[in-house]
Design a protein around this ligand. Structure first.
Ligand SMILES: *Cc1c(COP(=O)(O)O)cnc(C)c1O
Length: 382
């Protein structure tokens, strides 16, 4: 029996009654766009995150583009605005900055957390800098207090990319609740996933919310009256109905993921004696990860992954290339600063199966396979 990388079927079975009945209700209502479930979800997620406002949108990409647009970033005709971000993330982070009309300025990561290295941000700030976009990668919040302090000092906005960290705890608050705005994704494989595309923006700024609401509807403050350049960034009512059902056990899921991660890290720790570059995830004091990924590092990744596949355990690399090394970005958004840790991560990280319904038998299988494959990858590296 091979192990799935994520298991959405068990989750569906656990929530089937609620999901099916909520979907049925939407189907019968006919309110497929802007139905009552949209506002219901926004209210629930704002409360859950601890923000004043939530705006549900069509994707995580929309959830990052809209705050940038609403803040007027990238709309400077005489010079190009800059947004400081990490070099190591899913491409959508840099993509949304470019789509808004601004230039991403890439900063290296902290080698332990894979999040932006705050000590390198200040050197990247110029007259053109308008915002910082940290990413809370793999489910763990970035160093938001330090980033907010820098932003305050230099009069910048902070937009947190929370696509992988919905619900993650950060000190006494939550990822998504401490910055000018935050954008998350409900892509099915994310910690809180729907059954299609979806995303949400969080903010405490009422005025910003109003502008983003208009942008979501083609820049209209009322129907057929377009006062801004906007887009269609709406979410389906059906996706909101599904997310309302998923929220019924989301906190349990986060706890379940944390228990699995703890077991993995405890059992795999000994591999540091086998592979000098082996590491299990490092979670900072005050952080509670939602474990979007359980990501380790190994010296010989190709051999490791092949062996894992033979043993029936799938693995994935998040991400095999830094953003500024991606072909289009290399040409159009050159990196200004050295990014050795990001490049090291791109060569050595590998994610193992992680999902809340993983039982103990499968956890043991993942652990044993990892032990075998790490040993094999060290002994058979030619
Ligand atoms: C998934 C993801 C996004 C984009 O979300 P979509 O819903 O796929 O548009 C943005 N940033 C990060 C870090 C992501 O993982």
């Amino acid at each position: 029996m091979s192990v799935p990388f994520i298991d959405l079927k068990s989750q569906y079975n656990a929530l089937k009654k609620s999901i099916d009945s909520r979907i049925q209700k939407v189907l019968e209502s006919g309110a497929y766009i802007n139905g009552p479930e949209v506002a219901e979800l926004e209210k629930l997620l704002a409360t859950h995150t601890g923000t004043k406002h939530c705006l549900a949108v069509g994707s995580g990409t929309d959830a990052l583009v809209l705050p940038l647009m609403a803040l007027g970033i990238g709309q400077n005709k005489s010079s190009e605005d800059e947004v400081i971000t990490t070099a190591f993330s899913f491409i959508a982070t840099a993509e949304t900055i470019v789509l808004a009309g601004a230039q991403p300025v890439y900063v290296d990561i902290d080698r332990k957390t894979y999040n932006i290295d705050v000590s390198k941000i200040e050197a990247a700030i110029t007259q053109k800098t308008k915002a910082i976009m940290p990413v809370s990668l793999y489910g763990q919040a970035a160093d938001l207090d330090e980033i907010n302090a820098l932003a305050k000092k230099h009069n910048l906005h902070v937009i947190e990319d929370t696509a992988q960290s919905y619900g993650a705890a950060y000190k006494n608050t939550k990822s998504g609740a401490c910055t000018t705005a935050a954008g998350t994704s409900f892509y099915p494989a994310k910690p809180l996933g729907c059954y299609g595309e979806g995303g949400a923006i969080f903010t405490n700024d009422e005025q910003l919310l109003q502008v983003m609401k208009e942008l979501r509807e083609h820049g209209s403050e009322k129907r057929y009256h377009h006062t801004r350049l906007g887009l269609n960034a709406r979410i389906d009512t059906l996706q909101c109905a599904i997310l309302l059902a998923k929220m019924e056990r989301y906190d349990w899921e986060v706890d379940a993921r944390n228990k699995i991660a703890q077991n993995f890290s405890h059992q795999m720790d000994e591999l540091k004696n086998v592979d000098p570059q082996f590491s299990t995830p490092f979670i900072k004091n005050g952080n509670k990860s939602v474990w979007a990924q359980y990501t380790v590092t190994v010296t010989n990744r190709d051999i490791f992954q092949k062996k894992m596949q033979e043993l029936g355990v799938p693995t994935t690399v998040h991400y095999p290339m830094t953003m500024p090394d991606q072909p289009w970005y290399k040409k159009n958004t050159p990196q200004r600063f050295d990014i050795p840790h990001s490049r090291w991560a791109a060569e050595h990280v590998v994610s193992l199966p992680m999902y809340p319904d993983m039982d103990e038998t499968i956890q043991s299988k993942v652990i044993e396979a990892t032990k075998t494959a790490v040993k094999f990858s060290i002994e058979n590296n030619k």
